[in-house]
Design a protein around this ligand. Structure first.
Ligand code: NDP
Length: 337
């Protein structure tokens, strides 16, 4: 046991699914007890991800109530479990960033060591939590789901969102793909353009399907990266090129209804519905991608975009904001020390 560890902590929790107002601040949550394969972390910033809203609304089933949301944070290690491999190189006091099943809108989290990463020196406060989950999502989608190559046309929806800014930067600047980016406002489109998108189109006010067809001379894009889901799935099948790939990786507008697989036949389309965790299931996969990601951030070749840092008392507002489509890049929750 750790000598000056408190018994209770401050955290955001909810007891039922519903709108952002179900999120409540509690100052009497038990500090979790880590199991041997876990590390106990004292958090400084929790990273918000759109998936936090799926659990809150019940789109994804909440494991149990009361529930402390959050799949990502940065902070410092308090203790390391006895069966954590030495090769993970994790020690008390280390500054780390991690992704976990849940429970990061809190002062303390017990997280599986496999997905805990030591933050390289030189990464500013908050930037590690603003990088890990969404950056890993972008790298793995591009490499593993779609294997995008130089010169490929790629359509990216919600291009100024958390994952979107990573995808646009990585694909246009490092892979040298030709990016068509969609977003709901001019400000977001301007950002996507500044990050390297060749073509930008407002998919709320304009006909993006027509634009994609015109830009690609009717051939369509080799890859569609679609996190919007229900609203854009049919369009993805329409604008993907023959032998192209549709990567459906999110539900921000609602779940994609069941798909008749024969719809893939006319153009021999590949369809994937990937999730990050199945690409980083081993320590080697996780470290390889995280090393690459943080190398880019350190050298400044890929930029971190932070929309806003919310004090923990304003966690409710952070959910209102991300769902209102007004945010650009990452939302963070500051954890009281
Ligand atoms: P974002 O910061 O991208 O926020 C979601 C964005 O979705 C909004 O900014 C908005 O952009 C767009 N959007 C489109 N339609 C709607 C709608 N009806 N309501 C709200 N937003 C809408 O979130 P994240 O970066 O955290 O996640 C992006 C997506 O990627 C999510 O769908 C998420 O579930 C998915 N994801 C999937 C992972 C996986 O492993 N499969 C891992 C990580 C993320 P605009 O205003 O431009 O339309």
């Amino acid at each position: 046991s750790t000598p000056d560890l408190p018994k209770v902590q401050t955290a955001i929790k909810y007891n039922e699914n519903g709108p952002p107002s179900v999120l409540h601040l509690s100052t009497t949550e038990p500090v979790p007890t880590p199991s041997p394969h876990q590390v106990l972390i004292k958090n400084t910033f929790a990273g918000l991800n759109y998936i936090d809203t799926y659990f809150r609304t019940g789109l994804y089933p909440t494991p149990s109530f009361p529930f402390i949301p959050g799949k990502e944070a940065e902070g410092h290690i308090i203790s390391v479990g006895s069966s954590v491999p030495a090769s993970y190189n994790l020690s008390p006091g280390d500054r780390v960033v991690y992704t976990t099943a849940n429970g990061t809108y809190a002062q303390y989290t017990a997280a599986d060591a496999l997905h805990v990463y030591k933050v390289p020196a030189g990464i500013p406060e908050g930037h590690a939590a603003a990088t890990l989950l969404q950056g890993l999502t972008a790298i793995t989608l591009v490499r593993e789901s779609a294997d995008v190559k130089k010169g490929d046309w790629v359509l990216i929806h919600a291009a100024a969102g958390g994952v979107g800014v990573w995808l646009v930067q990585y694909l246009s600047q490092k892979v040298d793909a030709r990016v068509i980016a969609t977003a709901s406002t001019q400000k977001k489109l301007d950002l996507a353009k500044s990050l390297g998108a060749e073509v930008v189109v407002n998919y709320v006010s304009d006909d993006y399907i027509k634009t994609v067809k015109a830009v690609t001379n009717g051939a369509g894009v080799r890859v569609v990266l679609d996190s919007v889901g229900a609203k854009t799935f049919d369009g993805a099948l329409e604008v993907v090129a023959r032998k192209g790939t549709v990567v459906s990786f999110g539900n921000s507008s609602g779940k994609v209804p069941p798909v008749e697989i024969a719809r893939l036949a006319p153009k021999n389309v590949k369809l994937l519905r990937p999730q990050l965790f199945a690409y980083i299931a081993t320590r080697e996969e996780f470290e390889t991608y995280a090393d690459e990601l943080f190398k880019w951030v350190l050298e400044g070749s890929v930029k971190v975009f932070i929309h806003k840092v919310y004090p923990i008392e304003e966690a409710e507002l952070s959910h209102v904001d991300i769902e209102s489509r007004g945010t650009v890049g990452k939302l963070l929750v500051k954890i009281p020390q």
